[in-house]
Design a protein around this ligand. Structure first.
Ligand SMILES: Cc1cc2nc3c(=O)[nH]c(=O)nc-3n(C[C@H](O)[C@H](O)[C@H](O)COP(=O)(O)OP(=O)(O)OC[C@H]3O[C@@H](n4cnc5c(N)ncnc54)[C@H](O)[C@@H]3O)c2cc1C
Length: 646
């Protein structure tokens, strides 16, 4: 215990007990994928035997890439794996590696083409959905839901016909749901606003300024620990309509903005005082996982970042295609005009989409019929992997090798070896879809051509953390008049009350007397470096950080931000879940660091080429960190499988 640990409540008995339990299981049996599951030597058949009460959405503590889910993959990288090859193999029409939205969509699309197909989906986590994970809390007898990763049905592009059609088949009409279910303005109706927390380490003293969007900036920043010039320049940036690039055409401005970081735009073009930079440094963290030093100015313009209002850029239709980043320059109004991207989200985020996919693939595992009732439906994990079922979803199963049986050009089958229940198991199929992560594939499939392996290793996924904290009531937020706080210098750079969405039988919290969840985001990065290097450093940091360190930081940050409203971390915190994603968002090319490739030169295009009976899906293979991309890439991979099979 450290000096102020007792004040922070580090000794309190919260439901991280669950974490301790799962860590205990990890030490004993889950570690390295050793969850219960029995492989019959005679048939190779794997019998699923999840222990009674197995229900991972309710686990707290360290989730996301949880202990036991990844250690073996890291050993694979260093060639340090058990080599006893199983004698028997299970046989399927299709094996899919990865049970995220892409892998589940691939299963869906294959069954559409081949309704009687037998499919095995393998995933290394203890829950399905990949990044689209559900966190479920029991708060004083009421179930409260929140996303552990993928939240929204949104995208910088219109959803494709394929992705929109799949949502429709699952009963998800985001426009209708947005109109009937979303209640995002609840907190503002209570007079709660957005705020900025200035921390003493970055700015000199702790200060919470509340009223973004409702107060003039000079008033909002009146007591903030900024110099008068930094304060005035921040206000100018947000409120004045100045053309900082006179004499240039709209296209010339966009071209230049695409090649400079937002930080450079602020300092060199808008000529703000350097004291403004720390205020905005972390404002890109949630979307890109790096600060404004590594994000292009044109990238942030469509999201309403300050400084562009006098530049007359607003012409979404004429948005330039800049290098390998075709999404740049679309505007929010552009999305609306094209009608393709949605704003609705379920209370547990796109975990509901994963659950709808699972319900369609294994109907007995999740009861119900609609997009509304899936929210409160309880999934029966024991039914995911039943002998004889046409689709089997096998969790806690980390794939370590995939190969064609014979020469890629003439192979009739492919083979998958995976680790489960403390031993290796094998499955063979007419085709294998790798809906896992690109950088993992060269280790699974060392026979791939060298150029393809190099391309698959190029991208570095964004590390990030979604922390969800259950608190006894939200009087402190009410008293301080705030529901969302940007904290540019803190461990978690954003903190907000759980968004309210009423849907089906699920009702969000309404009374400040009731327990609620707080959502906090951390994106570890190292400003000043190339984006991929920042991601590598951040990933190593996340894998190295213990739950105890997260917990202490969470408690201290909440105390410093909210104690003026009466918040007491020792008394008010009921449970903590840290969704740690060392391999988070798919990498999107960044014109500040990546070459201006033509499409056929782009690493993800080279990397996703089919290899004999093996095809590649996942959002990495579309170089876009969005659910529509995960679905589209699954559709392409299944089209390739169909072509191979005919
Ligand atoms: C914190 C976070 C928030 C996000 N928010 C949004 C959002 O709001 N909207 C949006 O559209 N997108 C969001 N995304 C992007 C998200 O990645 C995609 O939308 C989508 O969920 C990706 O699906 P996927 O199936 O392609 O990949 P994943 O979800 O990563 O699924 C791949 C699965 O394969 C598994 N796997 C990897 N290697 C192996 C192996 N060797 N053996 C077995 N299994 C393996 C992985 O563990 C994982 O479970 C978010 C991502 C993160 C991390």
């Amino acid at each position: 215990m450290r000096a102020n640990d007792r004040a922070l409540g580090m000794d309190q008995r919260i439901t991280r007990r669950d974490f301790l339990n799962s860590a205990a299981i990890a030490a004993g049996s889950i570690a390295a994928g050793m969850l219960p599951g029995v492989v019959s030597e005679a048939s190779g058949e794997v019998a699923s035997c999840a222990p009674p009460g197995y229900y991972p959405p309710r686990l707290t503590g360290m989730r996301g890439s949880h202990p036991g889910s990844f250690e073996l993959a890291h050993k694979l990288r260093f060639g340090d794996l058990p080599r006893q090859v199983p004698r028997q193999a299970e046989s399927y029409d299709l094996v899919i590696v990865g049970g995220g939205i892409s892998g589940l969509s691939a299963a869906y699309f294959y069954r559409e083409r081949k309704p009687s197909a037998r499919i095995l989906v393998l995933d290394n986590h203890d829950d399905f959905g990949g990044h689209a994970k559900r966190n479920e809390f029991d708060l004083a007898g009421r179930t409260e839901l929140i996303n552990g990763g993928t939240l929204g049905i949104d995208s910088p592009r219109p959803y494709s016909v394929v992705a929109t059609r799949l949502l429709g088949k699952l009963g998800v009409d985001p426009v209708r749901l947005e109109a009937t279910c979303a209640k995002k303005d609840f907190y503002s109706s209570l007079g709660l606003r957005r705020g900025i927390f200035f921390d003493r380490e970055t700015f000199g003293s702790d200060h919470l300024a509340v009223g973004i969007g409702t107060k003039p900036w000079t008033e909002l920043l009146a007591g903030a620990p900024l110099t008068p010039t930094a304060r005035a320049d921040t206000a100018r940036l947000y409120e004045e309509k100045i053309d900082y690039m006179p004499g240039l055409s709209r296209e010339q401005k966009k071209e230049r903005l695409a090649r400079m970081s937002y930080r450079d735009f602020l300092l060199s073009v808008a000529a703000v005082d350097p004291g403004v930079v720390p205020v905005l440094q972390a404002s890109t963290h949630g979307e890109w996982g790096v600060g404004i030093d590594a994000v292009g100015a044109l990238e942030v313009w469509p999201l309403g970042f300050p400084g562009f209002q006098g530049l007359d850029l607003n012409d979404p239709v004429a948005a330039p295609h800049i290098g390998a980043a075709p999404h740049m320059g679309l505007t929010a109004s552009g999305y609306a005009a094209t009608g393709g991207s949605y704003r609705f989200h379920f209370p547990d985020g796109n975990a509901s989409i994963a659950r709808l996919l699972v319900r369609s693939l294994v109907p007995s595992s999740i009861p119900g019929r609609s997009a509304e009732d899936v929210v409160t439906a309880v999934s029966d994990y024991h039914r995911l992997d039943r002998p004889g079922a046409p689709v089997r979803i096998r969790l806690n199963s980390i794939v370590v090798a995939v190969r064609n049986l014979g020469e890629p050009a003439s192979a009739r089958k492919a083979e998958v070896i995976y680790w489960r229940g403390g031993r290796l198991a094998m499955a063979r199929a007419k085709a294998v879809v790798l809906a896992c992560w690109n950088m993992m594939i060269p280790y699974l499939c060392p026979e791939l051509p060298d150029a393809q392996k190099k391309a698959l290793k190029y991208a570095v996924k964004t590390p990030l953390v979604y922390t969800n904290v259950a608190i006894r009531n939200w009087h402190a937020f009410r008293k301080l008049g705030v529901h969302e706080i940007h904290a540019p210098g803190c461990y978690h750079s954003s903190v907000r009350l759980n968004q309210t969405v009423d849907i089906g039988g699920y009702l969000s919290v309404r009374s400040p007397d009731d327990p609620i969840l707080i959502h906090m985001v951390r994106t570890p990065c190292r400003p000043g470096l190339d984006q991929r290097e920042q991601h590598r450093i951040g990933r190593a940091e996340l894998l190295d950080t213990s739950f105890e360190v997260f917990e202490r930081n969470i408690r201290e940050q909440l105390m410093r931000m909210l104690s003026a409203g009466g918040f007491d971390p020792a008394a008010d915190i009921m449970a903590i879940t840290v969704n740690r994603w060392p391999h988070g968002y798919a990498y999107e090319y960044n014109p500040l660091f990546d070459p201006d490739w033509n499409e056929h030169e782009q690493p993800h295009v080279i990397g996703r080429a089919p290899f004999g009976r093996i095809t590649i899906a996942n959002s990495d293979s579309g170089a876009a960190a969005y659910t529509d991309c995960a679905i589209d890439q699954a559709h392409r991979a299944i089209a390739e499988v169909m072509a191979i099979e005919t």
